[in-house]
Design a protein around this ligand. Structure first.
Ligand code: SF4
Ligand code: MG
Length: 320
């Protein structure tokens, strides 16, 4: 399958009083039709990564090659054309839907921006989209406040689909919803992916949310990917102590985890003053002396299971 997106050494540094390395050298690829989940606690840089892909904020360094073009080099005008192919779904569907506009106007707007169809065709498409996302086409003249959280997220999805994108960046699209509604929206996203050959980058703070929808999962900590693997490898055979800790805190922890090996200590350090050595060492239950001063190297096995931790650095065969 073709690679649709290739992100290489992406960085975002903010200059406040100190330099804040919000994203510090993130690399990954996305193949057409697949879902990559990106998971981490708040402040790990996952949303900033998503926003850089949309060029909502500019990267400090690195490249974002989408369908052969480096988005970092595009002018605002070229980028606008590209946005047709890359759409975003947000965490809070209510905040992202203008309360004074009808659903019809909200869903139609991206089609107007991208000069798609005439007025009649667009209205017809809005009705079709409402049904595609499991809502009634009769809802077109209603306003956002007349809908539940789950319905509003469906409207947000319809708006994202309006311009027939290829890649969708979903930033915590179900985090604000009740658990029962979460499952429905995730199922919808799954169905839409198959129907329209969509590629997803799915950002979440919880490993359980991305489990069923992802083909591969990346775990971020303090601006870096610390582990990335095929879905089953990651959930059944996690390598990084941080991934293990995140998995042990979900309701059904993976087997054979010792509690003392997975319990996180303390709080997330400030990205403006990250720890030396391994950035995770202040919280790692398996911390060793060298972790405090020496940055671990990335290791990858033949399955594409990638991990950054000293526990695997000494294995010469990289059979991690
Ligand atoms: Fe823990 Fe050391 Fe591995 Fe960092 S390098 S995750 S501190 S064991
Ligand atoms: Mg976020």
């Amino acid at each position: 399958t073709e690679t649709i997106l290739e992100v290489t050494n992406l960085k975002k540094y903010f200059n406040h009083k100190h330099v804040v390395k919000a994203v510090d050298g993130v690399s990954f690829t996305l193949k057409k039709g697949e879902t990559l989940g990106i998971v981490g606690e708040s402040g790990c840089g996952k949303s900033t990564t998503g926003r850089m892909l949309m060029r909502l904020i500019d990267a400090t360094e690195g490249s974002i090659v989408f369908q052969g073009k480096n988005l970092v080099d595009l002018s605002i005008k070229q980028m606008r054309a590209m946005r047709k192919d890359v759409q975003m779904i947000f965490q809070d569907p209510y905040a992202s839907l203008n309360p004074r506009h009808t659903i019809e106007r909200i869903i139609e707007e991206p089609m107007i921006v991208h000069k798609m169809g005439n007025k009649i065709e667009r209205k017809e498409r809005v009705r079709e989209l409402l049904e595609i996302v499991g809502l009634s086409s009769d809802y077109a003249k209603r306003y956002p406040h007349q809908f539940s959280g789950g319905q509003r997220q469906r409207i947000g999805i319809a708006r994202a689909l309006a311009v027939r994108p290829k890649l969708i960046i979903a930033d915590e699209p179900v985090s604000a919803l009740d658990v029962s509604v979460q499952a429905q929206v995730l199922n919808l996203l799954d169905d839409l992916q198959k129907k329209f050959e969509l590629t997803y980058l799915f950002i979440a703070h919880d490993l359980s949310v991305v489990r069923h929808i992802s083909n591969r999962v990346a775990v971020m900590y303090l601006g870096r990917i610390v582990e990335l693997a095929n879905r089953d490898d990651l959930y059944d055979h996690p390598k990084h102590p941080y991934t293990k800790a995140l998995l042990s805190s979900v309701p059904i922890p993976a087997p054979d985890f010792e509690k003392e090996e997975t319990e996180l200590k303390g709080d997330i350090p400030s990205p403006s003053n990250p720890p030396t050595g391994c950035p995770f060492h202040t919280r790692c239950p398996l911390v060793m002396e060298k972790c405090k001063t020496k940055v671990p190297q990335a290791r990858q096995n033949s399955n594409g299971h990638y991990v950054v931790c000293h526990l695997y650095n000494d294995k010469e065969d990289m059979a991690i």
